[in-house]
Design a protein around this ligand. Structure first.
Ligand SMILES: [Cu+2]
Length: 395
């Protein structure tokens, strides 16, 4: 290395010694010190450079992630990172001071299974409509639902019948109807129907059980959560099941509200629906309606519950307090050989069904619930009054 008096600070580092370019001892000492400092500075610069490189790599990765999120949005997938879920405000349990009176005055959704039509064809007319409904005492909701509210009418047909569906859209936007009991081409029969228009299609009810039906127009989550669902019971061929003395249909569902719905009707909240944080959960569309207006049975009667969970997103864990389910047909598989016996709680999945037979001998008030207990606090509870007993449950 070439050194000159003009460049006294240049040093050569190597082989464990420091050589300086000038002749005096003092200068050699200061040069040595400088060499050490320079060495340390060099290491520092290298370290800083390394961290800078790492930060650049991170920034680059973040940019890629942002680009990929952007691509997902443009593909119609909602960005999960755009909602601040911690800020969600719950309106669970909101009630006016006269809630008890309103609950007593409420006309409960008829849970009793209607008769199936006779003959080879079952004609089903459904009308979709934008209606304001009550989902709990004093809590109203601007639903996209059916002419009679939500859920839609209970449909009852017999295995082997030809079901002729006619759907009329009296709502403001396109809707459709998807029957889980049907084996048809969904792009044809479940297609969107424009406002003011109708659609008809048929399917053979070959599969017995209890099935969900719902609007399948995108975003499906929004259409179901707004109230566009119901249940169809397909009776198994005669002789398959023991005859029930009482048949009740329950449609479980969740409600996601943008306000408490007390002074003015609440609208649907998509952020809560995506977060699966409902304000209310119900059987047949109204919180606790069968607590005030219990379903009934005589001691020893065979009571059959046909349960659909419309969701849109949470399961129902069906349980009857104070007894054990004598026979359960999980998922609505009605083959007696596939049934379960003497079980306590059976899951009904969102979009699925289950049938439950129970025979209760002791008179009393027997709550039926989703035993995922937050659901009970949010309204998914009712009572079976066996033997016309007086009084109410303490819980
Ligand atoms: Cu719809």
């Amino acid at each position: 290395m070439r050194t000159t008096p003009d460049t006294p600070r240049r040093v050569q580092v190597g082989n464990g010694h420091v050589s300086a370019s000038t002749g005096t001892t003092q200068r050699k000492d200061s040069d040595a010190l400088f060499a050490v400092v320079s060495l340390l500075l060099g290491i520092l610069v290298a370290a800083l450079g390394f961290f800078a490189l790492m930060m650049w790599v991170d920034a680059h990765n973040a940019k890629d992630a942002a680009k990929s999120a952007e691509a997902k949005v443009s593909n119609g997938v909602a960005p999960a990172s755009s909602a601040r879920l911690g800020d969600l405000e719950s309106f669970a349990g909101a009630s006016p001071s006269n809630a008890e009176d309103l609950a007593a005055a409420h006309r409960p959704f008829p849970a009793k299974l209607p008769a199936a039509p006779a003959g080879p064809v079952a004609n089903v007319n459904l009308v979709l409509k934008d209606v304001t409904i009550d989902i709990a005492p004093g809590v109203s909701f601007t639903a996209w639902a059916w002419e009679g509210g939500a859920p839609g009418p209970v449909i009852h047909v017999r295995q082997g019948q030809l079901v002729k569906i006619t759907l009329t859209n009296k709502g403001a936007i396109p809707h459709s109807v998807d029957f889980h009991a049907a084996r048809v081409a969904p792009n044809v029969d479940f297609r969107d129907v424009l406002p003011g228009k109708s659609i008809s299609y048929t399917f053979r009810a070959n599969d017995p059980g209890v099935f969900m039906y719902h609007c399948g127009t995108k975003p499906v989550l929004m259409h179901i959560a707004n109230g566009m669902y119901g249940a169809i019971v397909v009776d198994p061929a005669p002789g398959t099941l023991p005859k029930a003395d009482k048949d009740y249909v329950l449609v479980a569902s969740e409600w996601y509200l943008a306000s408490d719905g007390l002074k003015s009707p609440a609208q649907f909240n998509m952020t809560k629906a995506h977060a699966r944080q409902p304000d209310w959960m119900t059987f047949n569309g109204y919180a606790g309606q069968y607590v005030k207006h219990p379903l009934t049975a005589k001691p020893g009667e065979l009571v059959r519950f046909w349960v659909v969970d419309a969701g849109p997103s949470l399961d129902t864990d069906f349980h009857i307090v104070g007894t054990v389910l004598n026979t359960a047909y999980p998922f609505g598989d009605m083959k007696p050989a596939d049934a379960l016996h003497n079980v306590q709680t059976v899951t009904v999945p969102a979009g699925g069904g289950g049938v439950f037979d129970v025979r209760i001998n002791k008179p009393g008030l027997y709550p039926f619930v989703s035993h995922a207990f937050a659901a009970v606090d949010q309204g998914q509870v009712g009572l079976l009054n066996v033997g016309k007993v007086k009084g109410m449950m303490s819980h």
